[in-house]
Design a protein around this ligand. Structure first.
Ligand code: GLN
Length: 533
């Protein structure tokens, strides 16, 4: 195949229907049938990237290996396809306009009036085609964020209309909608779906396949009605019933032949045989665990679980791999202190202290670390979670009671965590942290080495502050182990402590590299530590 095939995934009726999971599931099925597949997210907001967004807005910011700060759906793409994405896999309206306006300033448009059609829509199409140009992918799935009918998504739907017209035989449109159930009459209602398809038709786009979110199974009558009113074939009305876990969705879609009906729309004909036996085995282990554990996640955004999406999913990957069940106890760091920490954490077999920025909730995180260190409870500190582990140790074991991170206390006499040198004169907040994948060398006698079983690893970063090397020898003399470091930049990337069953703090984000098929070694090792207890 010389050119790529494109599958657009749009959403109607409401947001949060799980377009990312449907796009990922479809990608997973094509990949399991031997097609080289990638997924691209088009985000309608005006931020250039989600790096400057508060997690309460859209959940976690996901970081690609090449250092792009992206939408959390890219995490799903990587977890379902077990393949890295890059900065090409996320487009935002902000970045589209920024490019077009930069080119206008350079005079690239030769005096023409710069307009949404064709200039913005061309830019959107070019960003989609950039993935085809790489010649790496046979299937490119394009998820359009937001809901059809939103003012913000209009240029994307228009770009889709043009794209479909230009590449008729290479494009399929899968539209995800909601079928509400009215308990008073005991009926599934199709009208909102009809309206959302009409909204697409007003923009000149006829969906080829409808995936319908529903709480109850669809009867033939309902499917026929949707087919008739929405101009789609009966076998292109696919039900997406609530699943126990997101990792079941590819199999639910496979049962109804979603990949096959889409394949026919893009001229692929009968698909090659599927190879998904490992996926099925893992899913079975995830759904039938032989032991249950509670893991506490301490963070300041726990009201919105999506803020820690990748951490949660990494725990599920490790659980599925080991055949254990993990239930997460969400613990608000702002409500935690030395007096109540025991009450909050006593039932946790392991504790994760989450990443974060700013001083809100930091004292609670420090209290959590003190407790797990003293009680010898397995602990994984991620990014800020690692930094607070170092602060706690420096204060309570080394005796520097007023030590802090200069992020939280600029005037501290002992800045045990301090701004990285190259961050000093940075003014812009967007895209200026230490971002993306960096090498880290492990020392042999460490829990980290036992987990990774290699000397050199690569992990993704997103931070401005670092362990202050000036105090390294104080920490080491009291039993902190500098288990991993970046030699080029002279940065400590992993700390552990002696005489503890499993205490690991990492300056990077292991959660960005865990997938359902390939669970992250640190998370597996962390969960294994509960078994050994
Ligand atoms: N705020 C810390 C820093 O910038 C930690 C960042 C994080 O947890 N991602 O270094």
């Amino acid at each position: 195949m010389s050119e790529s095939k494109f599958i657009f995934v749009t959403g109607g009726v409401t947001s949060s229907l799980g377009k990312g999971i449907i796009a990922s599931s479809l990608g997973n099925l094509f990949q399991s049938r031997g097609y080289r597949t990638t997924i691209l997210k088009l985000d309608p907001y005006l931020n250039v990237d989600p790096g400057t967004l508060n997690p309460y807005e859209h959940g976690e910011c996901y970081v690609t290996k090449d250092g792009a700060e992206t939408d959390l759906d890219l995490g799903h793409y990587e977890r379902f396809l077990n393949l890295p994405t890059t900065q090409l896999n996320n487009v935002t309206t902000g970045s589209v306009y920024q490019n077009v306006i930069d080119r206008e300033r350079k005079g690239d448009f030769l005096g023409k009036t710069v307009q949404i059609i064709p200039h913005i829509t061309d830019e959107i199409k070019n960003r989609i085609l950039a993935l085809e140009t790489q010649k790496k992918f046979e299937i490119i799935i394009v998820e359009i964020g937001g809901t059809v009918g939103d003012i913000e998504s209009l240029p994307y739907i228009e770009a889709l209309r043009q794209f479909k017209f230009e590449r008729k035989n290479d494009v399929a449109v899968v539209h995800l909608t909601l079928l509400p159930y009215l308990s008073s009459t005991g009926e599934i209602k199709t009208k909102p779906t009809q309206h959302s398809v009409k909204t697409m038709l007003q923009s000149g786009v006829q969906p080829d396949v409808l995936v319908c979110r529903t709480e109850y199974s669809l009867t033939d009558k309902v499917k026929n009605k949707i087919a008739l009113f929405c101009n789609v074939e009966y076998n292109c009305v696919i039900e997406s019933i609530n699943a126990d876990t997101i990792y079941e969705v590819p199999l639910l879609m496979l049962d109804q032949g979603l990949d096959q009906v889409v394949a026919e729309k893009i001229g692929l004909g009968k698909l090659k045989k599927i190879n998904n036996s490992i996926w099925k085995k893992r899913l079975d282990k995830l759904k039938n665990p032989n032991e249950l554990f509670i893991v506490g996640i301490v963070g300041k955004y726990v009201e919105l679980k999506d803020s820690y999406k990748s951490i949660y999913e990494s725990l599920m990957h490790a659980a599925a791999f080991l055949g254990k069940g993990i239930s997460v106890k969400w613990i608000h760091s702002e409500k935690l202190n030395n007096n109540n920490v025991k009450n909050e954490l006593f039932d946790c077999q392991g504790v994760i202290v989450a990443p974060g920025f700013g001083d809100r909730g930091v004292d609670g995180k420090i209290a959590a670390v003190k407790y797990v260190r003293e009680q010898k409870i397995p602990f994984l500190g991620i990014c800020l979670g690692m930094q607070v582990a170092v602060i706690e140790f420096f204060r309570n074991v080394c005796g520097y009671k007023t030590a802090h991170s200069s992020e939280m206390d600029l005037t501290t006499k002992y800045p045990i965590i301090d701004l990285m040198k190259n961050q000093n004169n940075i003014i812009n907040k967007g895209g200026t942290m230490r971002l993306g994948s960096y090498e880290c060398t492990l020392i042999k006698k460490s829990k980290s080495f036992e987990a990774y079983k290699k000397n050199t690893i690569h992990e993704r970063h997103r931070h401005r502050y670092e362990l202050n090397n000036y105090y390294k020898s104080d920490l080491i003399s009291k039993g902190m182990i500098m288990a991993g470091s970046n030699k080029d930049l002279d940065l400590i990337e992993i700390v552990e402590i002696v005489n503890h069953p499993w205490f690991v703090g990492v300056q990077f984000h292991p959660e960005y590299q865990s997938s359902f098929i390939n669970p992250h070694p640190l998370f597996v090792s962390f969960v294994k530590a509960f078994l050994n207890k």
